[in-house]
Design a protein around this ligand. Structure first.
Ligand SMILES: Cc1cc2nc3c(=O)[nH]c(=O)nc-3n(C[C@H](O)[C@H](O)[C@H](O)COP(=O)(O)OP(=O)(O)OC[C@H]3O[C@@H](n4cnc5c(N)ncnc54)[C@H](O)[C@@H]3O)c2cc1C
Length: 464
């Protein structure tokens, strides 16, 4: 292969091209640390033009390129290819504009999600997409994975927030539709191809995102139920009685709640005793200080009276709200005794969720009697997470976990990836919940947009 180093240096400058051991660990792996790689170059362009020029050099020399964001992918989606280019957009991190009349914000792809949140909030607006990795995940990565998170129930996934996109294609062509129009039915809406494509069809460089008026009230509660069916009824009831203000409904099976709250006891109290079968973190947001809190309290009181909710704690301060959210998001202490563990994020109809969890437990217990499993997730979106451990994790154990979980997903007609994507770890199973015709169509699209197969090879369609 021709040494493309000098050409890359010409484009971005010598200080922005790294090689060999100068490429930090963060640019070679993702947060799962399941995979690592030896890219030949790590390049940090500062503009769309520089990204385009890098892509042209890569295309001319058939060098694979993996665009990376915050590397918070949990499935190896952003692990560069050995000998390829690790393309970091971290210098392209500007908030270009916030338009409070059109209710849009225009951001560069390397902008960290939390920075975008704070910029919107400073202007009295909400960028609704929110997830635990907000402090590291970037707008480009969130678009690349079509991330979901904590508020999909009310505002949808990233796809629902992306109005316009600017991207660089595999051959270096810049394609731009940085519009502020919510409605645009003039032909194929190509941006949706890029959203969720895990860097395999193009490099997103900028986006116009839909923002909303910043809610001024927020009610957060932890509730306990004695069955999954009751939890589902509580969710559906709250959607009605809170008049569409319900923004989060995070379900936790008893094993998850007990483990997380036990591990966090040294730093925060357990909000309510153990002993129930399911718990849920609820959050509603609104704009009427007079009405919202009392409406929320009344709704929970009614659900308790009806016997659907057995116990409830409403946060009365920011501290209490943080303590409740920490049960769901501060997984480190609770998961430390399960390391190494495998994690899954499956998708299915809410109706199938409890049976799915029972199915996975039963089939894995039959193989590993001492297995540890915790189930939790964004129930309102039909998205269930499972963390599974037998105290060791080699390829064979991982395969047995994968087969049990994905077989159960298949039985309920679900998807093996609700929001975290396919990456490398799930690529061998893509066909389990996608038909041969769908896979053929995906391959046609990939070939059309990346004929040289240089964009993030080894991921999504390419089972290694
Ligand atoms: C603690 C924790 C909590 C999480 N919670 C959630 C959650 O609730 N919901 C959820 O959906 N995910 C969640 N995730 C997964 C992860 O945070 C998201 O997938 C996130 O969107 C990835 O952003 P990133 O910038 O880190 O992307 P990376 O991990 O760097 O990249 C992810 C993929 O996007 C591609 N990509 C990156 N930048 C671009 C670009 N500019 N153009 C095109 N493609 C690009 C990469 O090539 C790769 O395929 C969580 C992860 C962690 C660690």
């Amino acid at each position: 292969m021709q040494d493309i180093g000098p050409k890359l240096i010409e484009i971005v400058g010598a200080s922005q091209v790294f090689t060999g051991d100068d490429i930090g660990e963060r640019y070679r792996t993702d947060i799962s640390h399941k995979y690592t790689s030896k890219p030949a170059f790590m390049v940090r362009p500062a503009s769309t033009e520089e990204v385009a020029a890098v892509m042209r050099v890569a295309a001319e020399n058939s060098v694979p390129v993996t665009v990376i964001g915050g590397q918070t992918s949990t499935c190896g989606a952003a692990v560069p290819v050995d000998g390829g280019i690790s393309l970091s957009l971290e210098r392209m991190n500007r908030i270009v504009e916030i338009d409070l009349i059109s209710m849009t914000m225009t951001v560069e792809a390397g902008c960290v999600l939390q920075v975008a949140h704070e910029a919107a909030e400073a202007e009295g607006a909400l960028l609704p997409i929110d997830l635990g990795a907000r402090g590291s995940a970037t707008i480009g990565g969130v678009i690349g994975t079509n991330a979901g998170g904590n508020r999909v129930l009310r505002w949808g996934m990233m796809r629902d927030m992306v109005i316009g996109v600017e991207a660089v294609l595999a051959d270096g062509t810049v394609i731009s539709s940085l519009t502020k129009m919510l409605k645009d039915n003039a032909g194929y809406n190509w941006k949706h191809l890029l959203i969720g494509s895990e860097g395999t069809l193009g490099v997103v460089t900028r986006a116009v995102l839909r923002i909303r008026p910043l809610p001024t009230t927020r009610q957060t509660a932890l509730v306990a139920m004695d069955s999954f069916d009751d939890a589902a009824k509580v969710l559906r009831r709250l959607e009605v009685v809170l008049s569409g203000r319900l923004s989060s409904f995070e379900i936790m099976w008893a094993d998850f709640y007990e483990r997380m709250t036990e591990a966090q006891l040294p730093v925060r109290p357990r909000p309510m005793p153990v002993g129930h079968s399911h718990y849920a973190l609820l959050e509603a947001m609104g704009g009427d200080a007079e009405v919202d809190a009392s409406q929320f309290e009344r709704a929970l009181a009614d659900l308790m009276e009806q016997g659907l909710v057995k116990d409830a704690v409403i946060a009365s301060s920011d501290r209490e709200r943080e303590n409740i959210w920490a049960i769901r998001e501060d997984l480190g202490p609770g998961m430390s005794t399960m390391r190494p563990f495998a994690s899954y994020d499956a998708s299915m109809g809410l109706r199938d969720m409890a049976a799915f969890a029972d199915d996975v437990r039963a089939s894995l217990r039959a193989i590993f009697p001492d297995i540890q499993m915790v189930f939790y997730g964004h129930a309102g979106d039909g998205n269930l997470h499972a963390n599974i451990s037998v105290g060791a994790l080699d390829k064979e154990i991982q395969r047995k976990f994968d087969v049990a979980v994905f077989d159960a997903v298949r039985r309920v007609g679900g998807s093996i990836a609700a929001e975290h994507g396919i990456g490398m770890s799930r690529a061998p199973y893509l066909s389990w919940t996608r038909s041969p015709r769908e896979l053929e169509l995906m391959a046609v699209l990939k070939k059309a947009l990346d004929p040289e197969h240089i964009l993030n090879p080894g991921k999504l369609l390419d089972a290694m």
